[in-house]
Design a protein around this ligand. Structure first.
Ligand code: DI6
Ligand code: FE
Length: 397
């Protein structure tokens, strides 16, 4: 297939980008075979079946590299209680908080969890997302953590999207281990990670390193098992306070350190040195009405690749829009529209350890978005508007 009359945004790893005003893209099977100016289409591709894009903008397809999109129930009642003045204790007494999602996720059938997740996945697909990461972490027992990972993998069986799974057993201490996080890590989290890995359900290992969750020593125990199993790691780091999580992630050569609002200049340099991606999550920042922004300029100065994601979860980021995430990153964090696009494409791929996605270059997977837009800044500029014209997944329109 030859896509013609395309306005192509080419993204490079070094944060630079190019625009090919009258471009063409040759797709062979699932891959991009060639991309460049219309006048330069190599002879063999001129014979291909052509698709005239009418001068529309073409970008790599969007990638959501941090989601908790599989979960039971929702927390709208808690949202309402809080806005009516309820305190944290009152919300907890009324069954709110992360434990309520754990209870609902444990109770839900696999089919129900999948059906519910698909309603959210479909809104991402409609905006041109072709790859999502999905975390476990609302089971916190062996059976439910495995169930969540199976449901996450099942998404890709029933929808044209690719799924990468992260084991997030170290997300919260379940009620049955209240006050005994160390025992939870040793008795449940690590054995469940081993079981999930043995079943082939894990692409990466994540953790929530925070005062209200797990400390660096506990995360280290989990990461050491990940290393033993040959799995890459990533970490929820410095979301609510600085705990040293970013430096820990860098020491383990993590794929990404996520949230990072409370990261310092030294943390940014550690990420830069390790080649670890900083994943910023403006949906959680917005929902929590956080005031401390991630150190974007320090990341730029240290050469840290910045990715963006929805962090879709029922508590702190009930967000299922990649485009709104891009807008929020620009408006709330003062990232540029181009950084936002890189963050949802090339850098998001890096945060997942995926090397053949997120750029329009020969050999990359032909996952592309065609937009009813003339300029790449239009993608991040609008609020609540979806300019997607069509989505190409594995070379198919
Ligand atoms: N950071 C978050 O913001 C969410 N998880 C995490 O590690 C919160 C999850 C929830 O409240 O359900
Ligand atoms: Fe998260």
């Amino acid at each position: 297939m030859l896509l013609t009359n395309a306005h192509i945004v080419t993204l490079k790893d070094d944060h630079s980008f190019g625009l090919i005003a009258d471009g063409a893209i040759a797709i062979h099977g699932e891959q991009i075979a060639w991309a460049g100016a219309a006048a330069d289409v190599p002879a063999p591709y001129r014979e291909a079946q052509t698709q005239d894009l009418g001068g529309r903008l073409v970008t790599p397809a969007l990638i959501d590299c941090h989601t908790h999109i599989v979960f039971g129930g929702n927390r709208a009642a808690e949202f309402e209680l809080r806005l009516n003045g309820a305190s944290y204790e009152e919300v907890a007494k009324a069954g709110g908080g992360i434990v309520s999602t754990v209870t609902a996720t444990r109770a839900a059938s696999e089919d129900a969890l999948l059906a519910d997740a698909l309603t959210r996945v479909d809104t991402l697909i409609a905006e041109g997302v072709t790859l999502i990461e999905v975390k476990s972490g609302y089971g916190l027992d062996r059976e439910t953590e495995l169930k969540m990972l199976r449901v996450a993998r099942a998404i890709a069986q029933v929808r044209p999207i690719e799924v990468r799974t992260s084991f997030l057993g170290a997300h919260a201490v379940p009620p049955e281990f209240d006050g005994n996080a160390d025992a939870y890590i040793g008795d449940i989290c690590i054995p469940t990670l081993r079981a999930a890995h043995a079943l082939g359900l894990v692409d990466a290992v994540d953790g929530f390193c925070e005062g209200i969750a797990f400390d660096t020593a506990q995360i280290t125990r989990v990461f050491d098992v990940a290393v033993e199993l040959g799995l890459p790691v990533k970490l929820h780091a410095e979301q609510l306070s600085n705990t040293g999580a970013t430096q820990l992630a860098a020491r383990y050569g993590a794929l990404s350190a996520d949230h990072v609002e409370y990261a310092t200049g030294a943390d940014a340099r550690a990420l830069g040195g390790a080649g670890t991606v900083a994943v910023v999550l403006p949906g959680a920042f917005y929902t929590l009405r956080e005031t401390q922004s991630p150190p974007i300029q320090a990341f730029r100065d240290a050469g840290v690749a910045m990715a963006l994601a929805t962090d879709c979860n029922p508590g702190t980021s009930p967000l299922t829009s990649a485009l709104l995430t891009m807008n929020m990153a620009c408006t709330l964090f003062r990232m540029t529209p181009l950084e936002a696009l890189l963050g949802m494409t090339a850098h998001a791929a890096r945060a997942l350890g995926v090397t053949d996605r997120g750029r329009i270059i020969p050999g990359a997977r032909a996952d592309l978005c065609v937009w009813n837009a003339a300029h790449s800044a239009e993608l991040a500029y609008r609020i609540g508007f979806n300019p997607l014209h069509s989505r190409i997944f594995k070379g198919s329109l």
